[in-house]
Design a protein around this ligand. Sequence first.
Ligand code: ADP
Ligand code: MG
Length: 326
Amino acid sequence: MSTTTPLLELKSVTKSFSSGLFRRTETLAVRGVSLRLERAETLGIVGESGSGKSTLGRLALRLLPVTSGEVLVDGRAIHDLSESELRPLRRRMQIVFQDPYASLNPYHSVKRIVAEPLVVHGVAKNDRAAEPRVRELLAQVGLGADTLERFPSAFSGGQRQRIAIARAIALEPELLVLDEPTSALDVSIQAQVVALLEELQRARGLSYLFISHDLALVEHMAARIAVMYLGRIVEVGPRDAVALHPKHPYTRALLAAVPEINQEKRRLRVLLPGEIPSASNAPSGCAFHPRCDRAQLGVCDAQEPPLAGDAHAVRCFFPLASTDPS
Ligand code: ADP
Ligand code: MG
């Protein structure tokens, strides 16, 4: 155990949504997740669509309330803070969403979009007063001052994501939750945005919670990786341990995933039998067992394996050894 207090810590965090007729459908989107994020570190969260990654990112920033468990920032639980107590915290923690088309107000100029957090938090009196700072921020994300008076519709996806990043760093945050920040972008543009994020992290000592369905990208960005499946962490550890010596059969499948031919959807095809089940109807025992070639009936469907191990932990009764073929 490290003795320093991490910047962000999640302790047995669970989130359930009620939906459907009479709100009787219960979806356990996040189940008992514990994680630590150290200062200036990148923690990667990877898993297929529906595994609970976005929900986890929102819980970490208290954009959603937890159902149970605790989120701590600097060792302090944030879920019982009042809105006014939260304000200074909100400055320190920002989020960048996947879709730069949906996350920027189409009726606001770039100047107004980037100035907004500065005005809301009282750093600048109004957009006009914020302008010098907005220019600086735009320069830091590689955009010129000629963009100030233009509207989001004038920009490409990559440029929009730069605007969203400029807004996210406006208040000098310590932590960014990056929720699939490049998944909606063309491959060539993806690399540029990734390079920008790396550059900003180096320059500012930022901590990133980097969320993606793409394990190769997470491997590139993150020092530690947590793999999620149906709301659970199934494997977590240092990047090289997880990516080079996966212990969970699901992690191995993610490593072998291939990009979909259909570039519109930009998803990975995971080479596994069947689709990921719905989180509202998770299989018994180990939720992965119906898709797993190592599953033993009577064991894997009967009870859920614990997350076992210290630095490199896995939730599996029959984990892969590093000598197993991948
Ligand atoms: P990911 O980001 O990994 O694709 P999400 O966190 O978006 O996963 O979703 C996890 C599960 O929680 C999914 O089954 C999703 O349908 C469900 N879910 C997410 N948000 C809500 C919500 N507001 N109401 C009901 N179900 C939700
Ligand atoms: Mg998501």
